[in-house]
Write a protein that binds this ligand. Structure first.
Ligand code: F6P
Length: 547
């Protein structure tokens, strides 16, 4: 059954939120804390190894109640059961959205067109496990009898970002294999990766859901050509495997049927790391760690599916985005992990969030009359503090920020970890409290400045504060906790899409540029007459003359 179709701005809750906003907007977070001594406890959710503190957000219990009322009015509960139940909720592509089935227990039943898809998922998982074990243990030999030492994942978008982010984030748990990622159609990217590789000891994993993506096919073809310069065609079966839904095209490319790891069209590219797209993760970390990642996600799925909205982490996180985006007009959200390991996390979430909710037509086919998807950005702390934090503290834009930190470090350097985490705590406190005129004056008075100098400096040193943050504190970075964290954001995306009444699981917007690039490529390789606008004609001509 289809998702229900409600313009959120026409709900009763929306109107109430609008007047509630007018009242709350003038309040400082400091005031909210002094008004309610229980605020921090009331607005914190402690779930498994996650401690999520929403209390430094510009909300009260009443705001949450109204946001939950909004979720109820747009039938979020019904949408969640359709999402997990395999209904065709990606209506514009006629597909179910079932990344959650990929981490379901093997005893569960998830029906797609009356067929239980869980047994098929476990067959693919078994194939991933056996292949991983053979490569990691060295029993799978390359064509010349040598063990595999390097893995190259060839894919782009969801066929690259998820595996690349997870392998990088969990590098502490990695085995002896070296993993590389080639994504950009920029020839310098693949050349830079293969320049030090030995084809005899390298395994290439071509990942493309559609197996039609120009970047991936160009890279795969060029790398195969390079490979065949030193090894015969028969060697391909020992060194090339593929992950795709498009089995015929993979075979046409020359990959043995036994080397194909299938995936289904009900797995969206940006949510596909849990499927065979995660093969590189399994190879890099070992199958057990891959399974732990999936188990973590499954735990978050259960939390999301069964917990009351008032205690439900992804639901509240998604509702808060709506609160800031639609009432405070905040256009972007920052994701700041206090671990270098999560260096690629914001980049990964950019696809997940912006490709999903960057939509301006509602589920009825009408242009929306309200804001939808937010801009996502971020970098690990403390580096980001020395880069763009100034703007979050004293700029003119409101930027709700997620702070993701861990209680324990992996290598166990407690001194460094305390320093790192003291910054995590300090930043959220500083963003909330700011620095008042009195505080700045006291500070200036303690120095040797003249009255004139103090008056001149005063306005620049005042921090307004009142900047919203969510503190996500996790016990330790493990495959399981990372699985939970990724799934938390996946469900947050879902919640937002339901409230905004948009389809979160198609991505037609990225198609236009792809089509134009195809015809422009022909023009770059010829001297045909150019019939674009004046600017594009000039640019193409300049490139053709000088290349
Ligand atoms: O960027 C558009 C997109 O379709 C993504 O959604 C997808 O993850 C990526 O291209 C790669 O597609 P494929 O896996 O089919 O090569």
């Amino acid at each position: 059954m289809a998702l229900r179709n409600t313009n959120p701005t026409e709900t009763k809750a929306w109107q109430e939120l609008a007047s509630h906003y007018n009242h709350l907007n003038s309040k400082h977070l400091k005031e909210l804390f002094s008004e309610d001594e229980n605020r921090a406890n009331q607005l914190t959710i402690n779930w498994e190894d996650f401690y999520v503190d929403f209390s430094k957000n510009r909300i009260t219990k009443n705001t949450l109640n109204l946001l939950i009322k909004l979720a109820q009015e747009v039938n979020l509960e019904d949408a969640i059961s359709k999402y997990f139940g395999g209904d065709i909720i990606n209506e514009t592509e006629g597909r179910a959205v079932l990344h959650t089935a990929l981490r379901a227990d093997n005893t569960e039943t998830v029906l797609v067109n009356d067929e239980n898809v869980v047994p098929g998922i476990y067959q693919v998982r078994e194939k991933i496990k056996l292949f991983t074990d053979a490569i990691v243990s060295g029993t799978h030999k390359g064509f010349t009898g040598k063990s595999i030492t390097d893995i190259v994942n060839i894919g782009i978008g969801g066929s690259d970002l998820g595996p690349a982010m997870v392998v990088d984030t969990l590098q502490f748990y990695k085995n002896h294999l070296t993993t590389h990622f080639v994504s950009n159609v920029d020839g310098d990217h693949y050349n830079e990766v293969i320049k030090n590789l030995n084809p005899e000891t390298t395994l290439f994993v071509i990942v493309s859901k559609t197996f039609t993506t120009q970047e991936t096919l160009s890279n795969a073809n060029s790398i195969r050509r390079w490979f065949l310069e030193s090894l015969p065609k028969e060697a391909i079966s020992k060194h090339f495997v593929a992950v795709s839904t498009n089995i015929d095209s993979v075979k046409e490319f020359g990959i043995d049927a036994s080397n194909i790891f299938p995936m289904k069209d009900w797995v969206g590219g940006r949510f596909s790391l849990w499927s065979a797209v995660g093969l590189s993760i399994s190879l890099a970390l070992g199958y057990e760690n891959f399974e732990n990642l999936l188990n973590g996600a499954q735990k978050m799925d259960k939390h999301f599916k069964t917990t009351d909205f008032s205690e439900n982490i992804p639901v509240i996180a998604g509702l808060l985005t709506v609160w800031y985006n639609n009432f405070f007009n905040a256009e972007s959200e920052a994701i700041i992990p206090y671990t270098q390991y999560l260096n690629q996390f914001a980049t990964y979430l950019q696809q997940g969030i912006m490709e999903s909710n960057g939509k301006s037509v509602d589920r009825h086919g009408n242009r929306v009359n309200y804001q939808t998807g937010t801009i996502i950005w971020g970098e690990p702390g403390t580096n980001s503090q020395h880069a763009f934090f100034q703007l979050i503290h004293q700029g003119t834009k409101l930027i709700p920020t997620d702070f993701i930190g861990f209680v324990k470090s992996l290598h166990g350097d407690k001194d460094h970890h305390d320093k790192l985490m003291s910054n995590y705590f300090a930043q959220t406190e500083a963003l909330m409290n700011g620095k008042s005129e009195d505080e700045v004056l006291a500070e200036l008075n303690s120095g040797n400045l003249s009255e004139e100098e103090k008056t001149k400096l005063l306005p620049f040193k005042i921090f307004e504060g009142n900047k919203p943050t969510t503190s996500i504190l996790i016990d330790k970075l493990t495959p399981e906790s990372l699985g939970k964290l990724i799934a938390m954001y996946e469900h947050k995306i879902f919640v937002q899409g339901i409230i905004w009444n948009i389809y979160s699981y198609d991505q037609f917007g990225v198609e236009l540029g792809k089509q134009l690039a195809k015809s422009i490529l022909k023009e770059l390789k010829s001297d045909s007459k150019l019939e674009h606008d004046g600017s594009t004609n000039n640019l193409l001509e300049f490139y053709r003359q000088n290349k």
